[in-house]
Design a protein around this ligand. Sequence first.
Ligand SMILES: [Zn+2]
Length: 117
Amino acid sequence: MKTEDVARFRSVLGEQREHVRRQLADLGANPDEDTIEPAGFDYGFADSAQSTAERAKVLATVESLRAELHDIDTAIARIDKGTYGSCERCETPISPERLEALPRTRLCVACKQKERV
Ligand SMILES: [Zn+2]
């Protein structure tokens, strides 16, 4: 991969990382902690009839944001190691189109499809 492409992906990933961290913070979750349950989460929800449904929804969102953040961090670490852009499983270079669409992707299309089965 060309140096300027790597630099561009790094900056895109950096922006996405900030964005996800901000979303987590907005939901009351600490972006630096791995716990799913945001700290002080019950506050303000206790008396609401919708609390259980609301809570489940927020937790699901937090969980998926954390997974996204983890993938972004991994992608940035792989840029630092010089292994960015190749599949984590089979080490085939991931297509540029796929990286453009999803810069944090860890697997090539073939491995991703195998994972879904
Ligand atoms: Zn692969």
